[in-house]
Design a protein around this ligand. Sequence first.
Ligand SMILES: [Cu+2]
Length: 145
Amino acid sequence: MSAATPTPQVAKRGMGKIVAVVIVIIIIVAAAGLYYAYYGMSKPTTSTINIANGTGTDQSLNFNPSSITVVIGRNNTIQFANGDSTLHTVTFTSAPAGVSLSSISDSSLSAGSSFTISLSIAGTYQYHCSIHSWMKGTITVVSGY
Ligand SMILES: [Cu+2]
């Protein structure tokens, strides 16, 4: 009679350890999920529009990409990077109501330099380089999901 008593207690201690391990695993998975939700998906990133070397003389080249869609709060900070050996401009010709075209344009983007804008009003933006007539681009800004 008395010898049978210890067996259930040992089994209970074993279960307690398994439950503890499962809880720790759940906490680790939840923490990893939160980490990726915050840093992996929500962290805003910059969209880059490149001007490749030679764009100022080769009419088959253009702003790259010449057409992009960005999402407010996610990637609506846009950097224009002049990788060419000559001066370009980023001159906006149309934008949604309330946006000042001159405030988002750069009339003198020198070789090797870049400039950055943030477009926070949804709509279609069109721009070109005032020096090279074949250089034209469109940016579509949409609301975050
Ligand atoms: Cu140009």
